[in-house]
Design a protein around this ligand. Structure first.
Ligand SMILES: Cc1cc2nc3c(=O)[nH]c(=O)nc-3n(C[C@H](O)[C@H](O)[C@H](O)COP(=O)(O)OP(=O)(O)OC[C@H]3O[C@@H](n4cnc5c(N)ncnc54)[C@H](O)[C@@H]3O)c2cc1C
Length: 414
């Protein structure tokens, strides 16, 4: 007779790895099933002369981020150089006074949302912009990067609930590499796509994959909101599917160039192409001192470029950089790699945002339905859209499954 696992975890991204780590510590019998042929999901470091992250790269809230200590305990290096996003190098296109006004306007905008969003009826975050403020375009651009969507698409309360200390660090070897390292001792069956989950007789759940049936006493689901409805659940999970639809995936994409003359730029410097239009890339020069540019696109621009393909994304970035740094500049760039999350069938975007009026859907999505438990970045109330938030939801789901299975005391995270 085949084994009945205590827990089957669907997905080996940050949430699945978080769940697996907790289950291993408890001594539970479990298996992670992963549709892709690699671990990490939206956490993905690719090698080469320098490791680059096509998905998550920043340890947001690095000073309190659970992944910081785990990375260091595993022998990886945490780079604590501050993030350069809010600084424009050498006043290119955006003068110092305009940058100062932007920073002030952004803080005031965030303060209004934090003070009022929970008290007022639910509205889109754009309702909290100060009408006529010349920094509004740049604020909207930044939200395209943060949320993968524009201010009129996202719920203000959801944003108010997001917690961040403003400290952003990086894993020198790559954030994706960290998740792969944590997962190395865990039992993962790769290239195994789960098609259906059926609660059966005798408390056994049948998990049907394209590589056979696996049985378990409980299941942790980590699929992103964009693909959850593809799994056929019996009994049906109508409210979860509705919650996932109210928490769609935004779009964010990355592109890396190698620099022929890196000394032209300061280490960890940054350029926005303009301040008067939210449709633009963000360019991080010499990240961690490496001779690279990391380009970042958000929102509709990111989705359009990903759908148009890598050449279109590369051409767009070269053109914006030529506008900033001169028409000869692109000849000094060599393409290294680009993401395509919006066209990746197992992601269909970057991270979840809540549509206006639907911030509470994160709790609906996360609610346990024993023997089924739910995790993934979209389930986090305060750390959604992040890798550490996803990891924590995986650990929480593992705690819930262990309690359901009768394992003793919960343990602190990590
Ligand atoms: C461009 C970009 C930049 C980002 N930057 C940052 C950052 O700087 N810092 C940060 O903290 N976060 C960042 N993020 C977000 C972060 O990467 C995600 O929030 C996090 O990795 C999500 O983890 P997850 O486990 O919830 O989902 P996923 O990583 O999507 O994992 C889910 C896994 O489940 C698998 N799966 C789904 N359905 C099935 C099925 N039916 N059967 C089997 N397997 C299945 C998928 O293949 C996937 O591997 C970024 C993301 C992107 C795209």
């Amino acid at each position: 007779m085949s084994e009945v696992f205590d827990v089957v975890v669907i997905g080996a991204g940050a949430a699945g790895v978080g769940a697996g780590r907790r289950l291993a510590k408890a001594g539970a019998s479990f298996l992670l099933l992963e549709a892709r042929d690699r671990i990490g999901g939206r956490a993905w470091t690719i090698g080469g002369a320098w490791p680059v992250d096509l998905g998550c790269g920043w340890l947001h809230s690095g000073d309190v981020n659970v992944m910081t200590a785990i990375a260091e305990a595993l022998g990886l290096h945490v780079n604590r150089t501050p993030a350069p996003w809010q600084r424009q190098s050498e006043e290119h296109e955006i003068k110092a006074a305009e940058q100062a006004r932007f920073r002030e306007s952004f803080s005031a905008f965030e303060a209004r949302i934090e003070a009022l969003a929970e008290k007022n009826p639910p509205v889109a975050a754009s309702a909290y912009l100060e009408p006529g403020n010349p920094s509004n375009a740049l604020i909207d651009a930044v939200f395209g990067f943060i949320s993968g969507a524009s201010l009129d698409q996202i719920d203000a309360r959801d944003y108010a609930r997001y917690q961040d200390t403003g400290v952003n660090w990086r894993v020198s070897e790559g954030y994706g590499a960290l998740f792969a390292k944590i997962a190395a001792p865990l039992p993962v069956r790769m290239a195994t796509r789960v098609r259906s989950v059926r609660a059966g007789v005798g408390g056994v759940v049948r998990v049907e994959s394209d590589r056979g049936v696996i049985e378990a006493r409980s299941v942790i689901v980590t699929a992103p909101t964009s693909t959850l409805a593809r799994i056929d659940f019996e009994p049906r999970l109508g409210d979860k599917i509705e919650a996932a639809a109210a928490l769609p995936m935004g779009a964010a994409e990355k592109l890396y160039f190698a620099l022929a003359q890196p000394e032209e730029f300061l280490v960890d410097s940054h350029l926005f192409p303009r301040a008067d239009n939210p449709v633009m890339g963000s360019y991080h020069m010499r990240p961690m001192g490496r001779p690279l540019i990391e380009a970042f696109f958000g929102g509709d621009l990111a989705r359009g470029l990903a759908e148009a393909g890598t050449d279109a994304m590369t051409d767009y970035a070269r053109e914006e950089l030529a506008g900033l740094l001169g028409s000869n500049f692109p000849s000094r760039l060599t393409f290294i790699a680009a993401s395509g999350w919006a066209r990746d069938a197992d992601a269909l975007g970057s991270y979840s945002y809540a549509k206006p009026g639907f911030a509470d859907m994160r709790a609906v999505l996360a609610e346990p339905r024993p023997p089924l438990f739910f995790s993934g970045e979209a389930c986090s109330r305060a750390r959604y859209s992040t890798a550490h938030g996803a990891f924590e939801t995986g650990q929480d789901a593992a705690e819930q499954a262990l309690a359901f299975l009768g394992y003793s005391e919960p343990s602190p995270r990590a």
